[in-house]
Design a protein around this ligand. Structure first.
Ligand SMILES: *[C@@H]1O[C@H](CO)[C@@H](O)[C@H](O)[C@H]1NC(C)=O
Ligand SMILES: *[C@@H]1O[C@H](CO)[C@@H](O)[C@H](O)[C@H]1NC(C)=O
Ligand SMILES: *[C@@H]1O[C@H](CO)[C@@H](O)[C@H](O)[C@H]1NC(C)=O
Length: 394
């Protein structure tokens, strides 16, 4: 074991607490496979020690992140040396430069939010460019072309896209992890351009995506901590669905996506994952670790009754996720919605989830709503005499 010193500043901030301390996390460099038929315990370190304090939890999150990278998603590279962004019309062009390479990528800003002053307004980053959830007026939409970052055309498409132009076509990241890194560059570019140019406040960003891009949205929210809200939709197995439960249901005759099938279909996971797909109970992680990394930030997971997506698998894995939020004292920061009245078309937003989605937008993107929109040209002062502006109450 090596001793890794880390700043717990971010963890302390994540808990909304003032104290800032430096602590050390005892985290192994690499992890051996285990034998664990149930969802691995988030409250016990890999070495068997219990998680007792908030500082321990920050270290355990770090450990869970490393385990997910080692076994299934591949490594998240550090930030690049620079991002140079320019805005023309609705399109941002950015040049991303690492120590060894440079690549150019683009994304779009649509429905620029009505900015409150110069600090900008909230926005939703759509993995796959177009959100499948309703995005009300007042929220911007950022079209993130994840396929250009890391291709997902087939299992043979590993290593294609601007992520791999920068990091090498043999980089161990699968496309989900690549998208998490590239989405971070989108935020870098927005921060560099600033709210006066973009109309966007980067402290109030959500990320969403459906189906394969729903798997993506969940990974992006877990590994890019600047997202205030994550809304993954119908990602099924490899998104909200558990490897273990999907295998169990498949063995019981369900026609459900499994780890075994998933690696033959596409580039989502790291090539490293292939040696575990016939033996998922040896992975010291499962998909409830993704909410564990997002906590206590906002997370609203929308799933469906489509058999292939594994409704029982997504429900139990995300119930486990909500247990984690509950233990942290923020249970309502995470929600789960699976339309109980039956199937709807894949990626069609279930209307009954609208109120809950609005509540998540409100809490995490627009906690203080200051809105007054009208094209009326009448003057208030002509109608209030001398009582406006109103007197200050003592
Ligand atoms: C297992 O399969 C049987 C037979 O199809 C079914 O009745 C049962 O509900 C299944 N169990 C689970 C947990 O899916
Ligand atoms: C699964 O992993 C366990 C523990 O590493 C091992 O004992 C077992 O043989 C493996 N099974 C398969 C099918 O690979
Ligand atoms: C406001 O917009 C509506 C509809 O576009 C229009 O009918 C109305 O005349 C406008 N009012 C003013 C004061 O411009």
């Amino acid at each position: 074991m090596t001793r890794v010193t880390r700043s717990l500043l971010l963890a302390a901030l994540a808990f909304g607490r003032a104290p800032v301390s430096l602590a050390s996390c005892d985290i192994p460099e690499t992890f051996a496979p285990v034998s664990e038929p149930q969802l691995p315990d988030p409250w016990t370190f890999y070495n068997g020690e219990p998680v007792k304090t908030k500082e321990d939890w920050a270290c355990r999150q770090e450990e869970m992140s490393k385990i997910l990278q080692q076994f299934q998603l591949g490594d998240l590279p550090p930030p690049p040396q620079s991002v140079q962004a320019s805005l023309e019309g609705n399109t941002v062009t950015m040049t991303v430069t690492t120590k060894t390479n440079s690549a150019t990528a683009r994304f779009t800003i649509r429905n620029t939010p009505r900015a409150a002053g110069s600090s900008g307004g909230p926005a939703v980053v759509a993995v796959g460019s177009y959100p499948t959830i309703p995005v009300p007026d007042g929220l911007g939409i950022i079209g993130f072309d994840n396929d250009a970052c890391a291709a997902q055309t087939s299992a043979q498409a590993y290593g294609k896209g601007w992520f791999y132009d920068l990091h090498g076509s043999d980089h161990p990241a699968g496309s989900l992890m690549a998208w998490a890194w590239c989405a971070g560059r989108v935020i870098d570019a927005l921060q560099q351009l600033g709210p006066e140019k973009t109309g966007i406040d980067t402290k109030r960003l959500a990320v969403t995506g459906c189906s394969r891009n729903g798997k993506g949205a969940l990974a992006v929210g877990a590994f890019e901590k600047r997202f205030a809200l994550t809304v993954p939709v119908e990602g099924g197995t490899g998104g909200a669905g558990s490897w273990r439960i999907s295998d169990f249901l498949s063995a019981n005759g369900s026609v459900i996506q499994t780890a075994r099938q998933l690696v033959t279909e596409n580039t989502w996971m790291s090539p490293r994952f292939q040696k575990y797909v016939n033996n998922v109970t040896t992975i010291p992680a499962d998909q409830h670790f993704l909410p564990a990394l997002i906590a206590p930030r906002g997370l609203f997971v929308i799933e469906s009754n489509i058999e292939w997506l594994g409704p029982d698998s997504t429900t139990i894995a995300m119930k486990a996720g909500r247990e984690i939020y509950a233990a942290l004292g923020v249970k309502s920061n995470m929600g789960f919605y699976l339309e109980p009245s039956g199937e709807h078309n894949h990626c069609q937003f279930p209307a009954n989830a609208g109120v809950a989605l609005g509540a998540f937008y409100g809490r995490f993107l627009q906690p203080t709503v200051d809105i007054e929109v009208s094209n009326s040209t009448l003057e208030l002062g002509d109608w209030t005499g001398d009582w406006s502006p109103a007197p200050k109450l003592g």
